[in-house]
Write a protein that binds this ligand. Sequence first.
Ligand code: URA
Length: 229
Amino acid sequence: MRLDKYVSQCSSLSRREVGYALREKRISVNDDIARSASIKIGDDDRVSLDGQPLAPAGPRYWMLHKPAEYVCARTDASQPCVTDLLPPEAVADLQLVGRLDKDTTGLLLITDDGQWNHRITSPRRQCPKVYRVTTADPIAADTAARFAEGVVLRDDPAPTLPATLEVIDSHSARLTLHEGRYHQVKRMFAALGNRVVALHRESVAGIELDPDLASGDYRALTPEEITRV
Ligand code: URA
């Protein structure tokens, strides 16, 4: 990896600031003052900034309390993106672990660890995702039984995997899915003639949205949460 990229990844400096730091002789490689941003850094090289050894940051794992009105994308020409809520220097390598609709709120996991992301999103793992659903019409008495059997969605011949519906009151319920098709919750209720008016994700793969996390805020996952997956 180029020196400027390496220093920028291991510190709070942007690539441009690394250029300034080089000119100010603040960066050394193997105890020699570095002069070029483009020299290649290998595994055995020791790089220091202002005399402090640098090391690559470990993988990052975050939970975001997604507000409505933000799209799950890296950039968008006209709409706010969930990445706008994260520190700009962190966004480059980050992956969203699944996606939520623009109007859906709640738990969004974010990481730069592709394997961990895959463990959660791989259809083979069938990781549970729990949603709090509010509907336009009263939830019909047979809804839980039909979701448990699997329903056929419009434009998709394969029935949904068995899902668990826990009715809370006439218009709200907690739904646990083990797959993640496009607009799945909304389409499942639509298949039974009802309509979702609010959707909030409470947990993914056993990791629950922190109740102390305000809408729009994020925090690092704890080691225990990371290994729960
Ligand atoms: N199902 C939906 O319909 N929307 C979401 O955002 C997530 C699951």
